[in-house]
Design a protein around this ligand. Structure first.
Ligand SMILES: [Zn+2]
Length: 229
């Protein structure tokens, strides 16, 4: 069953990240419990505008982060503690959300080539971009020093305001233990060997684990008896 979501409340990042953290924690020991914990948001699809992979719907003034290599994005997200520099809310990297969609393809829909109504709103509420502090179009570099972690949705909000009108990020101290579910990432990928279906190439999750420096997790994937496919 599909539930169309047309607008997100201000607390959407906290709401979705809290549920997905519980799901990820339960997953290694009980798929059934994880599935049950996902129920409150299962089958939601986002009907609003969306920026994924630097693609923007017509009319939306969102700066692309396409020019930033994945390994630099990973470095920026790690440095910023997976917290959005705009709203100070929790982020979950898209690759980890995709791993969850691999396990729960119907409850947490994902479509790599976004179309309205095909992707769970958690992607819009939680996935970060590496946002240029000084805009790329204005000569800003794509080095980590000129990049900051920002929700795609917050990037859109920021783009619609003058820089001087940006509210200061507050509340980050409440998220000191937040890791964007990175410590759960390998377990989620492993669960995808038993349940659901893959949305990406076999190298996608191993590459991101490498970008995040999770080499022991990478070893766990390689030694798992099930092929990553
Ligand atoms: Zn944000």
């Amino acid at each position: 069953m599909t539930t169309e979501i047309h607008a997100l409340p201000d607390n959407a990042a906290a709401h979705y990240s809290g549920i997905l953290a519980d799901v990820a924690e339960a997953l290694p020991s009980s798929f059934e419990l994880a599935e049950q914990l996902l129920t409150p948001i299962a089958g939601e699809v986002w009907m609003g505008s969306l920026t994924l992979h630097g693609k923007t719907e017509p009319g939306a003034a969102v700066r692309s982060s396409r020019s930033v290599p994945d390994r630099v994005r990973a470095k920026v997200f790690l440095r910023d503690g997976f917290v959005c520099s705009y709203c100070a809310g929790p982020t979950i990297p898209r690759c980890i959300l995709v791993a969850l969609s691999d396990v729960f393809p119907d409850a947490l829909p994902y479509y790599a080539h976004y179309r309205r109504g095909t992707v769970h709103p958690a992607y819009w509420a939680l996935a970060p971009e590496a946002d240029h502090t000084l805009a790329h179009a204005n000569g800003g570099s794509s080095d980590a020093a000129n990049l900051t972690t920002m929700h795609a949705i917050c990037n859109t909000r920021k783009s619609s305001l003058a820089a001087a009108a940006l509210p200061p990020a507050t509340g980050a101290s409440a998220l000191t233990n937040w890791d964007g579910l990175l410590s759960r990432y390998a377990d989620i990928v492993l669960a995808g060997n038993q349940h659901g279906r893959r949305h990406s190439a076999a190298s996608y999750h191993p590459n991101w684990l490498r970008h995040f420096g999770r080499l022991s997790d990478l070893g766990r994937l390689r030694t798992s008896t099930q092929p990553i496919s």
